[in-house]
Design a protein around this ligand. Structure first.
Ligand SMILES: Nc1ncnc2c1ncn2[C@@H]1O[C@H](COP(=O)(O)OP(=O)(O)OP(=O)(O)O)[C@@H](O)[C@H]1O
Length: 270
């Protein structure tokens, strides 16, 4: 089947994620996502997936990862992603769920190495070097020898992220990866994700609730409401008081410091 014809910016479509007419429902309930069509989600930049509780952000990520059945078309890098065998899809797409990785009795370095070696022919030595480097990038090199089941929630979240990043997927889907992290680790994670996304020209979608962190650290944004697209584009351009009122039902103002990125002041419920 030919890729869906969604207009892409010049030269951007080759590795982009294309989503067309995506419908996802749980059981017999009405669809959570109903015929969603996105503009191309570009590779090499971080795209924040935003919207109120229950609007379908996690469902969209799970559908893209092939973890819930969906109707419609999902293409990645010119390939019909929905038609790939599950093993190949798992190699090309790393998905980090909202829930923490299970606290199994494994050392952190081993756990990251297992993720790196899954489905690859990499030697143990090379996998160890890459795994250690990834732990360092996320600021948790000191945890390499610790047991996973003795870590805090935030530390486990960081290890889950290291496992996702070290696999070098073509598409990285992160569901609220900052939720359990302190400020320093939030910044370290977003910097590492940005650097890996750019270096590997990955498609990276991150569910976020903190709009100001998104505005500082993400490039593009997708605003959803009730499973439908409200706005998509460069995050600093699409984040307007009108969009925030429509999506979240709040009154807000956008402040633009000289030479900086905008930040949002929420003034109240609309
Ligand atoms: N496994 C499931 N079975 C049935 N309904 C589900 C299931 N998972 C999610 N839903 C429903 O789908 C809707 C969207 O949920 P989803 O988790 O995708 O939202 P979300 O935008 O990620 O929310 P949040 O920001 O609160 O995490 C909700 O109404 C939820 O109740």
């Amino acid at each position: 089947m030919a890729p869906p014809t969604i207009p892409a910016p010049d030269g951007a479509s080759a590795n982009a994620l294309l989503v067309r007419d995506l419908t996802v429902r749980y059981g017999r309930k009405p669809p959570v996502i109903n015929q969603l069509t996105l503009k191309p989600v570009l590779p090499g930049v971080v795209t924040a997936l935003l919207g109120p509780n229950g609007c379908g952000k996690s469902t969209l990520l799970r559908a893209l990862a092939g973890l819930v059945p969906a109707l419609g078309q999902v293409w990645l890098g010119g390939q019909d992603f929905g038609a790939l065998a599950p093993a190949q899809r798992a190699r090309e797409c790393a998905y980090l769920p909202q829930s923490l990785p299970p606290p199994i009795h494994l050392q952190v370095l081993e756990a990251v190495m297992v993720a790196r070696r899954a489905g690859s022919t990499l030697s143990a030595g090379e996998a160890m070097a890459q795994s250690l480097a990834m732990l360092e990038k996320l600021g948790i090199g000191a945890l390499a020898g610790c047991w996973l089941d003795e870590l805090s929630g935030g530390q486990r979240q960081l290890v889950g992220l290291a496992q996702a990043l070290v696999r070098q997927p073509r598409m990285l889907l992160l569901d609220e990866p900052l939720s359990a992290l302190d400020l320093r680790h939030q910044v370290a994670v977003m910097e590492a994700v940005r650097a890996e996304t750019a270096a590997r020209t990955m498609v990276t979608l991150i569910v976020m609730h903190d709009l100001n962190i998104a505005l500082q650290r993400a490039d593009d944004g997708i605003y959803l409401k009730k499973g439908a697209l409200v706005a998509q584009g460069p995050l600093c351009s699409v984040t307007t008081p009108a969009v925030l009122e429509e999506v979240y039902g709040v009154r807000s103002s956008v402040h633009l410091p000289e030479g900086g990125r905008p930040h949002i002041m929420v003034e109240g419920v609309a």
